[in-house]
Design a protein around this ligand. Structure first.
Ligand SMILES: [Zn+2]
Length: 342
C-alpha cells in the first residue's frame, strides 16, 4: 500500500465524481454516481432471505411484542381496530409475519405501520398494510425513496419502487407524537444516521425505544453512505438517543437481541472515538480500506507515522458485532463524501 495523495484519491469514493468534473465539457448532472461501484452491472432485483414460520420468534417487552426473524426486528402493539407495528421485515416473509402477529395479538388487520427507514428489510410489510387501509407513517424522505427504483451498497441488486398503496400515507420531517389506543407514541428524526430518513419510535409508558437502523446488536449498523447516511449524522443521532434513554430503557435494535439504554451510551462513546480518529487518518491520506486495517492493528511503517487511538483493539464489542471492516469503510467513505470539497 502506498499512501499518497494520488492513491488516496484513487481509493476514495470521490474520485469517480471528481474526474468528470475536472473536464471542462462535463456537466454536473452527467457525472456518474459518487462511488466505486459499477451499478450498470447490477440488474437483478433484491430478494430478502425467505424464512419459515419457526424462524419468526416472539418476545414480550413491557406489553409490546417483538417479532424477530422476518428480516428485521418488528415491534407490535394491539388496539381495538388492529395492530400498530414498527417496521415489517422482508416482503418475502410478509404473510408469515402477519400470521404470527395476528395470532399473538388477536388482531385482524394492521391499523398503523411505522417505517423507521426505507430499506427493503424494513418496508416489506407495507403492501399488506396498504391493502388493510393502514396509516403508514415515515419520514418524508422515506416516502419519496420507496417511490422510485433504488440501489444501496448494503443490498445486492436493485430495489423496485413500492406500489402506490404501499407507500407512507403520513410523514414527518422532525418529531412528534402518535396517539394509539390511548397511548402516546413518540417519534423523532435521526439526521443522516443510517439513511437520510431515519426515525426512532419511543413508547414512554413502557420505557421501550425502537431505535431503527443506526442500532444493531448482532452486527455493525453499517451506514448507507449513498443514501444520505454519514458519520457526522450517525454520531449526532447517538447523542440524541443517549439523551433520550435511561440506563434501564429497553432498546430494540434494527436486528439482534435487545439492548439497554446503558449499552447505547457506551456505543455512542465508541463511535465518537472512531469519528475523531477518522480525521487524524484523513489528514494522513488513508483510504477506507486502510482505516479498517489500521483499526485491526496494521502499522503503516515507512509510509507515514500515525498517532491515533485505536479503540477497537481488544474491545469486547468485536465478539458481539463481528468484523467491523465494512462499518469502518462505509463510515469513513461517508466522512470523505461530507468533507472533501468536490
Ligand atoms: Zn437499514
Amino acid at each position: 500500500m502506498t499512501v499518497s495523495r494520488r492513491s488516496f484519491l484513487r481509493d476514495s469514493a470521490q474520485f469517480t465524481l471528481a474526474a468528470p468534473l475536472l473536464g471542462a465539457a462535463a456537466p454536473l448532472l452527467a457525472a456518474p454516481p459518487p462511488a466505486g461501484i459499477d451499478y450498470s452491472l447490477i440488474t437483478k432485483p433484491f430478494v430478502g432471505r425467505k424464512v419459515s414460520a419457526k424462524d419468526i420468534t416472539q418476545q414480550d417487552i413491557g406489553g409490546l411484542t417483538l417479532f424477530a426473524g422476518s428480516g428485521c426486528n418488528v415491534v407490535a402493539l394491539p388496539g381495538p381496530d388492529g395492530a400498530l407495528l414498527v417496521d415489517g421485515g422482508n416482503a418475502v416473509n410478509a404473510a408469515l409475519l402477519l400470521k404470527a402477529v395476528h395470532g399473538k395479538l388477536g388482531t385482524r388487520r394492521i391499523h398503523t405501520l411505522v417505517n423507521t427507514h426505507w430499506h427493503p428489510d424494513q418496508t416489506g410489510l407495507n403492501e399488506a398494510a396498504g391493502k388493510d387501509g393502514a396509516m403508514i407513517f415515515a419520514h418524508e424522505v422515506t416516502r419519496l425513496t420507496v417511490g422510485r427504483k433504488m440501489r444501496s451498497p448494503l443490498f445486492d441488486g436493485t430495489i423496485a419502487p413500492l406500489p402506490e398503496n404501499a407507500r407512507p400515507t403520513k410523514t414527518t420531517y422532525d418529531q412528534g407524537t402518535l396517539e394509539f389506543n390511548g397511548e402516546s407514541v413518540q417519534y423523532r428524526h435521526l439526521p443522516g444516521a443510517h439513511t437520510d430518513g431515519d426515525l426512532y419510535v419511543y413508547f414512554p409508558k413502557r420505557n421501550v425505544l425502537v431505535a431503527g437502523g443506526p442500532v444493531a446488536s448482532d452486527r455493525w449498523p453499517v451506514i448507507d453512505y449513498l443514501n444520505g447516511g454519514f458519520m457526522h449524522g450517525f454520531v449526532r443521532s447517538y447523542d440524541i438517543l443517549a439523551e433520550l434513554v435511561k440506563p434501564d430503557t429497553i432498546v430494540v435494535p434494527a436486528n439482534g437481541p435487545l439492548m439497554t439504554g446503558a449499552d447505547v451510551v457506551k456505543m455512542k462513546d465508541l463511535y465518537w472515538q472512531l469519528f475523531r480518529q477518522f480525521f487524524v487518518l484523513f489528514n494522513k491520506g488513508l483510504g477506507p480500506r486502510d482505516v479498517a486495517e489500521f483499526n485491526a492493528g496494521k502499522e503503516f511503517k515507512g509510509v507515514v507515522p500515525i498517532v491515533a487511538d485505536r479503540p477497537l483493539i481488544g474491545h469486547p464489542v468485536l465478539k458481539q458485532l463481528g468484523d467491523p471492516s465494512q462499518f469502518l469503510e462505509f463510515a469513513y467513505r461517508s466522512t470523505q463524501l461530507a468533507t472533501l470539497p468536490f
